[in-house]
Write a protein that binds this ligand. Structure first.
Ligand code: NAP
Length: 292
């Protein structure tokens, strides 16, 4: 049976570490870390995600500075809100919840977030920092995958890694982080020929294609470690990009959906916020192992 890469368990452990860091730094900082999750419009899935993030904040002692703007808010007003949060000394992290309502362009709004408060790690400057191996907030989902792999002592250096997907949100930063950890990385995408032949080379396979059950037994080298980033609702049940039933018997280790990468994404959002708070107040922190 494959080892389960349990994101829920690791996220809870990270939350305990963050609570301890906050408790220790509170006297020097004089205030708790603050995260602002900015939501525009009423996308129902976003409502659930934002609520989960705010609950996670309150569990570890991060104060939430949420804002919910109407779907018809003009871009200039959203920008003004982002600038207010940039200037607010009690806010260490800002997250603009995506997707935005139609008619609001993501790029100028994401670019307006102070890069040092970029809790999602998606600002162009922070993607550049990742590319160059410089310190900075890291994209939460791939950083969560790295933490999960490291906690299970999955060998990464020298491994043949295949990432299926090349989005800015997941695939590209994932490939960079694996490469920085000395894996030999191949990135597959929708135009890749003979996907199964490519993925069967993988000692470590990360599926981030956004296609339910795309990856089946035929795509797996026996003994591979399989990470499923995908999340879909199919026939009322959550599933990923990996067909868990057929892949699990072949894999050495695998993430479940739900309970794998999802909780790790939220945990890394908290990590980025707490690290920014520590940096702002000159506090040392023992979180370097979580920053790929
Ligand atoms: P995305 O922006 O739609 O990108 C999907 C990528 O997969 C693209 O690069 C696309 O190729 C590639 N692709 C699509 N179909 C493919 C196929 N048949 N074969 C090979 N590659 C294919 O999606 P995303 O934002 O990266 O998200 C991917 C999945 O992860 C989604 O299910 C999303 O919901 C989930 N997600 C989960 C979390 C979490 O916390 N668990 C966080 C973020 C995202 P092209 O570039 O050629 O179009």
């Amino acid at each position: 049976m494959a080892t389960l890469l349990d994101g829920r368990r690791l996220a809870a452990e990270i939350e305990r570490r963050l609570s301890a860091v906050i408790a220790e730094g509170l006297a020097v900082a004089g205030r708790a870390p603050g995260l602002a999750v900015l939501r525009v419009g009423d996308d129902p899935a976003s409502g659930v995600y934002v609520a989960n993030k705010e609950k996670a904040c309150s569990r570890v002692g991060i104060s939430s500075h949420g804002g919910h703007l109407a779907a018809d808010t003009p871009a200039e007003a959203v920008l003004a809100q982002i600038r207010r949060l940039n200037a607010d000394p009690t806010v260490d992290g800002i997250l603009l919840q995506l997707p935005l309502p139609q008619g609001l362009a993501e790029e100028p709004l994401l670019a307006a977030i102070d890069p040092d408060k970029d809790a999602d790690g998606l600002h162009t400057l922070n993607l550049g920092r990742l590319l160059k191996g410089e310190r900075g907030p890291r994209s939460c989902t791939p950083a969560g995958v790295m933490a999960l792999l490291r906690s299970a002592d999955v060998p990464i250096a020298g491994a043949q890694a295949v990432v299926v997907g090349r989005s800015i949100l997941v695939g590209k930063p994932m490939a960079l982080m694996l490469q920085a950890a000395d894996a030999t990385v191949t990135v597959a995408h929708s135009r890749t020929h003979h996907l199964a032949e490519v993925t069967r080379q993988a000692d470590l396979l990360v599926a981030a294609a956004g296609r339910p059950h795309l990856i089946g037994a035929v795509h797996i080298k026996p003994g591979a470690v399989v990470v499923d980033v995908g999340i879909h609702r199919l026939d009322g049940k959550l599933c990923g990009d990996v067909d868990y039933e057929t892949v699990e018997p072949l894999a050495a280790a695998i993430t479940p959906v739900p309970g794998g990468v999802g909780p790790m994404t939220v945990a890394m959002l908290l990590v980025n916020t707490v690290v920014a708070w520590c940096d702002r107040h000159g506090l040392d922190h023992p979180l370097a192992d979580l920053l790929p």
